[in-house]
Design a protein around this ligand. Structure first.
Ligand SMILES: [Zn+2]
Length: 178
């Protein structure tokens, strides 16, 4: 009798709901964790809660599954995530744009130790699908070989635009400029 009940339960609505229950796993993909992608010195020092909502978490998962993890595997080097998810309070505290894709969990600021950020941005452009790719403040090469960072975003709710920009002291320019 127990076995029959168990089998019947597998097909009931109750079981379906349990299966679909949202679980925020720390290990998002093989090399990326929720702890790393939500970490912020500012949030820590100001005592801000930087926990994403279910939708934001799912966006981060999409970013990891479709971009960060495949990039990690193709390039064969660890990716340093400087900033990924920023809750509203943290985004305000760091002076981020109100429409920042970081707030939706769709963007990450990354670097690879020993690789110039210009080369990293070009590598992503040539090999992956993305929404926005921004080479940020990577123009201080004289003083800092690893100057700047690469901002990259991925969306699953609409078409990825594949937009490339360069932002530095000169302002915002279209394309990836050394
Ligand atoms: Zn960014």
């Amino acid at each position: 009798m127990k076995i029959i009940e168990f089998i019947l339960n597998l097909f009931t609505k109750k079981e379906t709901i349990i299966e679909k229950e949202f679980i925020m796993e720390n290990q998002i993909t093989k090399n990326f964790t929720l702890a790393e992608l939500t970490y912020s010195d500012t949030a820590k020092s100001k005592g801000l809660d930087n926990t994403p909502s279910e939708i934001e978490y799912k966006n981060m998962k999409n970013l990891c599954e479709n971009l960060l993890q495949p990039l990690r595997e193709k390039i064969g080097k660890p990716i340093k995530v400087n900033s990924c998810y920023r809750g509203k309070q943290l985004n305000e505290a760091v002076g981020g744009s109100k429409t920042s894709q970081h707030c939706k969990g769709e963007a990450a600021d990354i670097e690879i130790i020993g690789m110039s950020n210009y080369d990293l941005a070009i590598y992503i452009k040539d090999n992956f699908d993305f929404d926005q790719l921004i080479l940020e403040y990577a123009d201080n090469l004289k003083n800092d070989k690893n100057s700047g960072w690469v901002h990259v975003s991925y969306v699953s709710s609409s078409v990825n635009r594949k937009q490339c920009l360069t932002i530095n002291k000169k302002g915002t320019q279209l394309g990836l400029i050394k």
